[in-house]
Design a protein around this ligand. Structure first.
Ligand code: UT7
Length: 336
């Protein structure tokens, strides 16, 4: 098989979460919420918060080194870095450049992907396409998020704040000659008419004359705003659709799928998706209980844990699926 025909597969995975555990009870000391409300509505019991030693690029580096080691490679084998994040170290340059410098990989391609909850899946599709086209050979794909420094710890922001946590996940993607192994398909979608249902209004280059007006602290537009009910409803519609699309494109049925690894936004969303698809609940990976919603990192963390506990092994057919801000939604079907 020529290099241009090569498909790609996941060679290694790794993740890193900061050590500080923040329980629902701790949040309830800061604003009006309760452990019971958070667990009932989202399934979350705790999440991790980073400190100044763990900016997004530092967490990305820790996850990346683990994934590269898991792949049996060395850092120098990587020729392309893709970083998915909605919480970059700085507005520019991209976090992929900061990560590259930390890894000492200067000179290779480095690019950020700004697709929020589906960022990791858009990045994996990009990595797969780069490898198939011969543009890259070994791609480091990382999702990394520090949410905790940008959340509204007042009653006004409680609907969003309780959901999110910090963390990073990394995957190494490389070529395979086996046409039945690796990424079998990707389905990528977006509907920008829902952009303001989950977004961060300020600061922003659409604001004049000053992209970072002092008023953003007063009107709280510096914090994420969410129409939770609408996001919930769209997620429960789009996720089953995109999973069905990936199956139809590849000729597999749901019965063939060994494990569904969905984005961890809300335990109730993922339970509802399994119910709507009539998919066995025990074949759905959930770890939102421990980490909250880590956005671009969540699928990578869940996949790594599923590999660690033996739920994903050689030959497993795994469906990855995500819905989130944008709106964006995506699925990838992958054979390990
Ligand atoms: O990656 C994508 C990320 N986002 C999502 O997937 C979010 C999808 N949406 C959701 O998960 C749910 O909409 C939430 C969990 C965010 C909220 O659940 P809900 O059942 O839709 O609640 P709600 O927003 O309709 O609010 C119900 C009540 C309200 O009080 P009243 O008006 O009934 O008196 C809220 O003010 O719950 C109140 N509330 C809270 N109470 C305690 C909202 N947030 C909280 C809170 N603690 N943290």
């Amino acid at each position: 098989m020529s290099r241009h025909d090569a498909a790609s597969r996941i060679l290694g995975t790794g993740f890193y979460v900061p050590p500080r555990v923040v329980t629902n009870d701790e949040l309830a000391t800061m604003f009006d919420t309760s452990d019971e409300w958070i667990r009932q509505r989202s399934g979350i019991t705790e999440r991790r918060y980073a400190d100044e030693t763990d900016p997004p690029a530092a967490m990305a580096e820790k996850a990346a080194r683990r994934a590269i080691e898991d792949a049996g490679l060395t850092v120098g084998d990587i020729d392309t870095i893709l970083v998915a994040t909605l919480s970059p170290d700085h507005d520019f340059p991209g976090t992929a450049c900061f990560l590259q410098d930390r890894l000492g990989l200067n000179g290779c391609a480095a690019m950020d992907v700004r697709n929020q909850c589906t960022g990791l899946l858009y990045s994996l599709a990009t990595a797969d396409s780069f490898i198939r086209s011969g543009l890259a050979r070994r791609v480091l794909v990382v999702g990394t998020e520090v949410h905790s420094t940008g959340l509204d710890f007042s009653d006004a922001g409680r609907d969003v704040t309780v959901l999110f946590g910090d963390g990073a996940a990394a995957l190494v993607v490389g070529p395979t000659d086996d046409p039945d192994r690796g990424f079998l398909t990707h389905c990528l979608h977006a509907d920008g008419s829902g952009a303001r249902d989950l977004w961060l209004p300020s600061p922003g280059s659409s604001l004049f004359p000053n992209r970072a007006p002092l008023s953003m602290y007063e009107d709280r537009s510096i914090y994420p705003q969410m129409n939770g009910r609408s996001v919930f409803k769209h997620a429960c519609t789009r996720l089953p659709q995109v999973i069905a699309e990936a199956l139809e494109k590849t000729g597999y049925s749901l019965d063939d799928v060994d494990l569904l690894v969905p984005h961890q936004a809300n335990l109730r969303i993922n339970e509802m998706v399994a119910k709507l698809l009539k998919f066995p609940p025990d074949k759905v990976v959930h770890n939102i209980q421990k980490y909250g919603n880590t956005t671009a990192a969540s699928i990578g963390i869940a996949l790594h844990e599923a590999r660690e506990d033996g739920r994903v092994s050689e030959g497993s057919l795994v469906m990855l699926a995500a819905f989130g801000s944008g709106y964006t939604w995506a699925a990838s079907l992958v054979r390990f």
